[in-house]
Design a protein around this ligand. Sequence first.
Ligand code: AZA
Length: 305
Amino acid sequence: MAVVSARYGKANVRILKVKRDPEDPKHQDVIEMRVRCLLEGAIETSYTEADNSVIVPTDTVKQTLYILAKQGEVWPIELFAARAAQHFITRYDHITGVHVDIEQLCWKRYDVQGKPHPHSFVLNQGELRTCSLYKQQAEPFKINSGIKNLTVLKSTGSQFHGYNTCEYTILEPTWDRFLSTDINATWSWFPKTVPDLKAVEKQASAGVFDNAYDSARNVTLEVFALEDSASVQATMYNMSKLILDKVPEIETVKYALPNKHYMEIDLSWHKGLQNKGKDAEVLLPSTDPNGLIECTVARDEKAKL
Ligand code: AZA
């Protein structure tokens, strides 16, 4: 027998950090995240020979994340993930790879009496900003950033017709339908943009990660609203192309979108009540099954950085 692959660490490490403005301590920022940090390397004997000497306990992994959060920068999550991975790679000779996955909750400062309040925030429940990072010894960081569970719906401006039909097709073509999805988008950073921790720090302080996130979120919401969608497939491709145009440091954009159906309900049994097509007003939100449409879009070879 042989261990083919192994990794371990702590998952669901919940951390909130507050940042107080030194000039005005009541003016604060908060970040809340859930972190998963998994280690790999020369750890097989812990599985095959009960050799615990190679195990950095998962509690140590968790405590390390707390200390790193206390002693250094955690904004943006890409930087915190890189600092954590770099720590484990440099601190332990036998740890040769580190995976750090972070989900950041969407706390947003809100306006009170027309101005942003200095320390009050509202949660965009469900929506997450994400980062998935892998570091192997001297290799560049592999970083994917993303948006998860941003739920959107439009009540018109979406079509679906001209699709393949066969003896099993019952779906009616439509030139006007509801469209709803949970936006799950990720984008991968060119390795040359994030070769080492210094580069990640530089990109972070230049606002590159935050700007990419804002661009991806804005493009997604704008295209969703403004385009007369031919299909989920065509819409997600158009979103991906625009994000790649706006953010030169990223290599690919991936979307995975459930098509959350809203069904027309036939009410004609009641005095011929019209509730179909242009008269459809009362719809049935259908939780499952849902369509699931995915794609990854890359630049043309010649367009690479
Ligand atoms: N794409 C859509 O946008 N709508 C659909 C599909 C599809 O692949 N299949 N049924 N409805």
